[in-house]
Design a protein around this ligand. Structure first.
Ligand code: GTP
Ligand code: SPV
Ligand code: MN
Length: 606
């Protein structure tokens, strides 16, 4: 860690120094700190955060080197209504993004940033998304006035001196990420534990590869390497360069015979990516390893196959619902320590707790708002979007291929969402074009990962609705285009899954979690040509007996209900898809309009 004036910056990268100088002149921090990413830096920052009342150090025997942080209760999730794609032309942001003219937005935000770091330290975090050894390393620098952001970024991305040295060596260009919590301190003013502002902007300038974030300290709003860079800016880069930046987990699955397959899965926020990425198969002989749990960057390899890299270094996982019975791998990962917990409850013996961690809650807790909590309390102890930040490398089941700079070849892509009705447990698309249609019309009930109503069904193309950095119609066309770059036989096969279908009494029809391995097994057997399927109007569903339910307490009717393609339900779905496509407008690829016509015909004939 080097504390400097920007003019004595510890780097020869002149482009970086110039930019940092400009930001410091605008935001007027007390000091500028260049982050080296070292253990000493982590120790110093976490201690400072404890002293400031932002962090609580957890019991060393229970969670070594780990901290609890409670945010301001108003700053707990991504703010989609305050997120902007400020492309030069409005039509390039499309109908699904908020747009403001970039010059106008910069003018507005420049006034917000003026003096916004007064009384605070400005940290400069050089980082790389993906591997430093990648053919083209993907650099970024985040400038932030939040030490919480620095500590989380250190877990979530490869940061610090090695990155800076490489940037100098290559005189590399980098994504500029400017972040301020927007809470300057006047002379002598006492700070609060979680500074933030009621005015929030999460702004992206795709042409100039810049991110300006203001007013929030939380996750996807503030850790700029993650959703802002690795999805919104990277999706625009990927469109320009012929690859894919996607909201996907990456899983390595090995069959009892020792054959390995790589599966990518796009599910919207809080719809099961981390859980599937860390699955412990309940089927004998199958093993799973995690490559990634949230983001996949996919490019064609020299062999014509699509290779996926996880650009991240850590997990920012949903806490509630994570327990030994649902996601034991996540529990073992966080037990190793070196983690940050945000907006969960504190136990009386210095550990953390949240709904679903154990079956029986502790008799007393301090809840995420700092109040006494008992099992009789009327509110949950933890915020529904509370999170753990933990190093990916601590995951016991991390795949060695996580370290491949060029990634792993993807055999199958799963699209999934939360749907109480209509969407069967699993079905296979007929070909790439049909698969892109399935992805482009993906729908899910909204969750607590973003502010706003929860449980409302919306279209979420490829689980990327809040993350596409350009026009959604162009994005769909790009997916179709990618399919033309390769031999059809080398493209991943595309499936849709739905772990969340409900019975009439509201209970889940499918047990989910480790038992999702039964669905993965069917997917793999489809790839290998050994599992049967029946053709339905929507796609290929497992034929009777094809899904291995050995040892499951699941009666025939329940399984049939989970797998059912109900004509009436799909008739009700069609107008929703039509409405969605109408919203995309004249940029909707005709191939997808044709797919819709085919679906309609098939449903009407069923
Ligand atoms: P983000 O990190 O927000 O992108 O979410 P995610 O897609 O990684 O979702 P995650 O795996 O954290 O799961 C979200 C919630 O869904 C958690 O509360 C899980 O316990 C629950 N969940 C995950 N998989 C299943 C499943 O197979 N069945 C059921 N019923 N719930 C699940
Ligand atoms: C999501 O919302 O998809 C997350 C959390 O993974 S955040 O980083 O806040 O976007
Ligand atoms: Mn996740």
């Amino acid at each position: 860690m080097t504390t400097t004036t920007a003019t004595s910056a510890p780097t020869t990268h002149t482009g970086l120094v110039t930019w940092v100088d400009e930001v410091a002149a605008l935001t007027e921090p007390d000091t500028v700190v260049w982050c080296d990413g070292s253990d000493e830096e982590w120790d110093r920052l976490t201690s400072e955060l404890v002293d400031a009342g932002t962090f609580v150090r957890l019991d060393e025997d229970k969670k070594p080197n780990s901290f609890l942080c409670q945010s301001d209760p108003t700053d707990v999730a991504r703010v989609e209504d305050r997120t902007f794609i400020a492309s030069a032309r409005k039509e390039d942001a499309g109908p699904t993004n908020n747009w403001v003219d970039p010059a106008e937005l910069k003018a507005t935000m420049t006034e917000l940033y003026r003096g916004s770091m007064r009384g605070r330290t400005m940290y400069v975090i050089p980082f790389v998304m993906g591997h430093l050894e990648a053919t083209v390393p993907m650099f970024g620098v985040e400038v932030t006035d939040s030490a919480y952001v620095v500590t989380n970024m250190r877990i979530m991305a490869r940061i610090g001196t090695p990155v800076l040295r490489k940037m100098e060596e290559l005189d590399a260009s980098f994504v500029k990420g400017l972040h301020s919590v927007g809470a300057p301190l006047a002379e002598g003013q006492q700070d609060v534990a979680w500074p933030c502002s009621d005015t929030k902007y999460i702004a992206h300038f795709p042409e100039t590869r810049e991110i300006w974030s203001y007013g929030s300290g939380y996750g996807g709003n503030a850790l700029l390497g993650k959703k802002c860079y690795a999805l919104r800016i990277a999706s625009a880069m990927a469109r320009d360069e012929g690859w894919l930046a996607e909201h996907m987990l990456i899983l390595k699955l090995t069959s009892p015979e020792g054959r390995t397959h790589y599966i990518a899965g796009a599910f919207p926020s809080q719809c099961g990516k981390t859980n599937l990425a860390m699955i412990e198969p309940t089927l004998e002989g199958w093993s799973a390893e995690m490559v990634g749990d949230d983001i996949a960057w996919m490019r064609f390899g020299p062999d014509g196959r699509l290779y996926a890299v996880n650009p991240e270094f850590g997990l920012f996982g949903v806490a509630p619902g994570t327990g030994m019975h649902t996601n034991p791998q996540a529990i073992r990962t966080i037990e190793k320590g070196n983690s940050i917990f945000t907006n969960v409850a504190l136990t009386d013996d210095g550990d953390v707790w949240w709904e679903g961690l154990t079956e029986t809650p502790p008799a007393h807790l301090t809840d995420w708002k700092g109040r006494d909590w008992t099992p009789e309390s009327s509110e949950p102890s933890s915020h529904p979007n509370s999170r753990f930040t933990t190093p990916a490398k601590q995951t016991p089941m991390i795949a060695p291929e996580y370290d491949n700079p060029d990634g792993v070849p993807i055999d199958a892509i799963l699209f999934g969402g939360r749907r109480k009705t209509t969407v069967p447990l699993v079905y296979e698309s007929r070909d790439w074009g049909h698969g892109v249609f399935v992805g482009a019309t993906l729908s899910s009930e909204t969750t607590a990962a973003a502010t706003g109503a929860v449980g409302v069904v919306r279209r979420d193309p490829m689980a990327m609705l809040p993350f596409i950095g350009y026009h959604a119609g162009d994005y769909m066309a790009h997916w179709l285009e990618v399919g033309k770059q390769a031999d059809a036989s080398k493209l991943p096969r595309i499936f849709q899954v739905n772990w969340f279908r409900r019975a009439e009494d509201g209970s889940f029809l499918w047990p989910g979690y480790g038992d999702n391995s039964r669905v993965l097994t069917w997917v793999v057997q489809r790839l290998e040509g050994t599992a049967g399927a029946v053709d339905t109007p929507v796609g290929l569903v497992p034929e009777q007996g094809a899904l291995d339910t050995t040892g499951l307490d699941l009666d025939e009717d329940q399984l049939a209900a989970a797998l059912r393609v109900d004509t009436e339900e799909w008739k009700a779905e069609l107008p929703l898809i039509e409405e969605w496509f109408a919203k995309i407008g004249d940029k909707l690829p005709t191939q997808l309009a044709d797919e819709l016509a085919t679906l309609k015909e098939r449903i009407e004939q069923a």
